[in-house]
Design a binder for this molecule. Structure first.
Ligand code: AMP
Ligand code: MG
Length: 415
């Protein structure tokens, strides 16, 4: 007969920070790969990129106007003879001699002899003779050679996350191929005899497999590649077979089967496969049962079955691991901000609780709107949520207006 599993005395609840430290200590760097520039967007750079040339390559004008000698216009207003017309992309044929000017368009290289540009707004815009109405200092309205990047400068360091700004810089130094982290592959397993897949007949007592899909979306949001491994029945044999079949991925993530119920086989299956289990109970709510094991060079995360517990434990433990595996520089843990809660919140006070909130920017500060229902099975509490407000253990309630630490996991928008 199967029975409930009783935690042993030394299976104390691990603080979240300690669990995160232990997880990250197990993660090693995955291989880099070479992709086209536009495919590098959203990836982690895995090479140091130096500027191969100066950008801009030479002094050029930041304004439409007239290339002049600052000396000539010191006594402005003055009139100068316009000797050439210079659009961007062409090199001046003439030199700016005393008493002359070259009409110049934004981006054109500064002609020899000139040391500043009288923007058209401070002139009469004359065609043959121009009247410059104000004096300018040397270098006025000129973009200096190499002011953006100098040849040899380290412009992007390995470990940088590549967004639009980084793509622009990579394009500017003519990188057609970029070395980035390979996307970590993540096998996703859903355990449970009660689980049916999204296209299947529901039947009495059945629960639809939402976890596999929310986990796959989370994996993608982190830059990984989810691999769907289906539903695993609650038997020892099925669990062992499913875990083994998932070991061709860099990480394995399962949902359910990690509590102390009679049909929770994940831990036992891992033990039987010779996995080294680093922890399985964490001092947090939702998401107390979270298994971390290593097996044949892979990292196994056994996340709880309740949809919210599953997502919250992914955000706190799996997401940072994926970032570290991709070689992301700096702190890979989700950022923590201070936000003012807009409604009272309660907790049982025995463990740290993570309340789902929507953080918005309002009148120059961050405000956290708690989600209506906070049950660990209420998947709709994650809809539009982008933060987890922390109520430390011993705190049983907070009033509206309290400022709390909030773990951010999505972008913050205006209210
Ligand atoms: P367990 O951790 O296996 O005891 O699962 C706890 C509860 O989570 C179950 O009773 C289900 O209601 C729910 N659950 C488990 N797996 C899934 C899943 N893949 N999708 C949605 N809900 C799930
Ligand atoms: Mg189960």
């Amino acid at each position: 007969m199967t029975t409930f599993q009783t935690p042993r005395a030394n299976d104390t609840l691990l603080p979240v920070e300690e669990a995160q430290r232990r997880v990250l200590a197990e993660v090693s760097l995955i291989d880099p790969e070479d992709v086209s520039l536009i495919d590098a967007h959203g990836r982690v750079l895995r090479e140091d990129v130096r500027a191969p040339f100066d950008v801009p390559a030479a002094d050029n004008t930041a304004m439409d106007g007239y290339a002049v000698r600052s000396e000539d216009i010191a006594g402005a207003p003055v009139s100068l003879r316009v000797i050439e017309d210079l659009p961007a992309g062409r090199i001046a044929e003439k030199r700016v001699e005393p008493g002359t000017a070259i009409r110049i368009m934004t981006g054109a290289l500064l002609p020899d002899g000139a040391d500043c540009v009288a923007n058209v707004e401070i002139t009469d815009a004359g065609a043959d003779i121009v009247r410059v109405l104000q004096p300018l200092r040397r270098g006025a309205n000129v973009r200096k050679r190499a002011e953006d990047m100098a040849a040899g400068d380290l412009v992007l360091a390995s470990g940088t996350s590549i967004g639009a700004g980084e793509i622009g810089v990579l394009a500017g130094v003519q990188k057609t191929r970029v070395i980035v982290s390979r996307k970590p592959t993540v096998a996703i397993l859903s355990t449970g005899d009660e689980i049916v897949d999204i296209g299947e007949e529901r039947g009495a007592g059945k629960v639809v497999n939402s976890n596999a899909y929310s986990l796959a979306a989370l994996v993608r949001e982190c830059g990984g590649e989810p691999r769907m491994h289906g539903i695993v029945r609650d038997t020892r044999e099925a669990t062992i077979a499913a875990i083994e079949s998932a070991l061709d991925c860099d990480f394995v993530v399962s949902s359910g089967g990690v509590s102390v119920g009679a049909y929770d086989f994940v831990k036992a299956a891992l033990d039987e496969l010779g996995a080294e289990t680093k922890f399985w109970r964490i001092a947090m709510k939702p998401g107390k049962p979270v298994v971390l094991s290593t097996l044949r060079g892979r990292i196994y995360f056994g996340l709880p079955g309740n949809p919210v517990s599953c997502m919250v434990s992914f955000l706190l433990f799996v997401a940072p691991s994926l970032r570290k595996a991709m070689g992301q520089g700096g702190n890979v843990l989700p950022p923590v901000v201070r936000a003012r809660v807009t409604a009272a919140m309660r907790s049982t006070g025995d463990r740290r609780t993570y309340h789902r909130v929507r953080v918005v920017a309002e009148n120059g500060e961050l405000v956290a709107h708690p989600m209506r229902a906070q049950g660990s099975g209420v998947s709709t509490s994650m809809v539009q949520a982008n933060g987890l407000a922390i109520l430390e253990s011993s705190v049983t309630s907070v009033d509206a207006g309290t400022i709390l630490d909030v773990v951010l996991f999505g972008p913050v928008h205006a209210s």
